[in-house]
Design a protein around this ligand. Structure first.
Ligand code: FES
Ligand code: FES
Length: 162
């Protein structure tokens, strides 16, 4: 079947098998291999992407369900996403890096949707519960998200005061 899917701001029209998973569409059809496959039980969250701004595990979505929708992956170019990536490096929020694309996309989502909630340990833990890391322990990941939040807020303040 033919699908039209917008990925990271670019429109793709592809003829695909109806049973193709979104994660395989991204990796195999578009060569966007930053989205990882870490399990076959929908547990790890390494495959997390945004679909119309909402976080989804792309191994649980058929590519045809993304037809006429907008997908955001770790390859997306965006200043806030860059700030989160930098914070993960600064706070050593990764070791092997396998879970990291999913962690960062989920971080992007939880920071965007924090509204006036405080981005504290509880808020982060609650929102990151669908993402597993086999290496780092979660302390440095939580610290990375807090650092990203601080950096993004500071940048916004500088922008407003100009
Ligand atoms: S690959 Fe593990 S949840 Fe999708
Ligand atoms: S950094 Fe290795 S799985 Fe998370």
């Amino acid at each position: 079947m033919m699908v039209n899917i917008r990925v990271n701001g670019k429109q793709y029209k592809k003829d695909i098998e109806p049973r193709l998973l979104l994660v395989n569409f991204l990796r195999d059809e578009l060569n966007l291999t930053g989205t990882h496959i870490g399990c076959d039980t929908s547990n790890c969250g390494a495959c997390t992407v945004l679909m119309d701004g909402k976080s989804v595990k792309s191994c649980t979505v058929l590519a045809m369900q993304a037809n006429n929708h907008e997908i955001t992956t770790i390859e997306h170019e965006d200043p806030e996403l860059d700030a989160i990536k930098d914070a993960y490096v600064e706070e050593q929020g990764l070791q092997c890096g396998f879970c990291t694309p999913g962690m960062i996309i989920e971080s992007f989502y939880l920071l965007k949707n924090a509204g006036d909630k405080e981005v504290d340990d509880d808020y982060i833990k609650k929102n990151l519960r669908g993402n597993l890391c086999r290496c780092t322990g979660y302390r440095s990941i939580i610290d990375s998200i807090k650092k990203a939040n601080k950096n993004i807020k500071e940048r916004e303040e500088i922008h407003v005061s100009r």
